[in-house]
Design a protein around this ligand. Sequence first.
Ligand code: PLP
Length: 428
Amino acid sequence: MKINEKGHLVIGEVDAVELAEKYDTPLYVIDENKIRENYRRIYNAFKKRYDKFKILYACKANTNIAIMKILNDEGSGIDAVSPGEIYIALVAGFKPEEILFTGNNVRNDELEFAVESGVMINIDSISQLKRLSKLCNPEEVEISFRINPLVGAGHHEHCITGGEMSKFGIAEKDAVKAYSMAKNLGFKIKGIHCHIGSGILDPSPFLMAVDALTKIAERVSKEVGIEFEFIDIGGGFGIPYKPEEPELNIENLAKKIIEVFKERCDEYNLGNPWLYIEPGRYIVGNAACLLTRVNTIKKSYRKFAGVDAGFNTLIRPAMYGSYHHIIVANKANEEPCEKIDIAGNLCESGDIFARDRELPKLEEGDILAIMDAGAYCFSMSSQYNSRPRPAEVLVKDDKVSIIRERESIIDLLDKQVIPARLLKGGKK
Ligand SMILES: *Cc1c(COP(=O)(O)O)cnc(C)c1O
């Protein structure tokens, strides 16, 4: 954490309190250098150990077009989960061949959109394969399958995307069937994929996934006669949210994953496929914070500091019980001296950012920085309670750029229509 001579939190080379004053709160502040550092750290850790390696940024973590452009500039590809994400990625400058579409319960018109966009399609069910085959010329479409390898992990039950309870992917036992159907239909089969969960800070689930996925690839390759161009082990690389949590040792993790990956590729005669990973959180998670201003200090049965953001702005604490570290941006070098609940501005009991958080003495007007808010924060925001979504600014060294304008209350009525019969003087 950087603090200036005024005792204010510094983001890049910019005073967070000045940002809050200039752009108002709530405000997402994203540090471009951190995104680039995170990308390069994880890319280099794998790339130096295995040359045929690619990152597909899982953009549902944060789809702001400026962030997409930064990752395009770094040489990343994209993991897209919806037609909207394909569209944003194309507008950001990614080529169709750099985008893998991993949809879940997708409609036919969404599959058509993916085909017309020319992206590769990662198929989640046999139903999807059959439907896709009817609406395209399979010989022109590149596909892979998402397999559920019965390995799951994650920071919360909702974030475990492999294993028996998961709605994602094709069961292991159906993998051979799925690939042979696809082959008979004439698709261009490129790869095999899994994504086991999110927020994983321990190497072992990844190693189990590599182990399981390569084993399935072996069976498919033998029984169906397919040579895989790539093996995609998904994302899920965690970040520490609590100050005392250790960072993921990415060098050690990459070393272990590549060891197992190479060993299995040799053992199972899989040749020399590309290895893809799909980090989202790891790349953008710690690159942003949410600035919000304390407007109410009150003591009822507990002591509360009420702020001008709510779970419509940042939902992770309410949805997953997640911890987000909070820094008082205008008192960044003061010692904690009280325990206080930080409460949002929505009419919902669950709208609490933190309970019993130890902070310096809070006063109305203080600026709080809710840290590690780059992933699954703005992208999960809503207008609940009819509160407009906040602005986003991008900081690069001492430069600040608005990358999303603040919504106004007028935007709340965007796309809403009053039937004529409800208008005054209208026909009943
Ligand atoms: C969400 C998702 C990811 C990224 O997960 P992180 O935990 O942010 O790394 C990767 N792949 C797929 C298919 C996803 O749905």
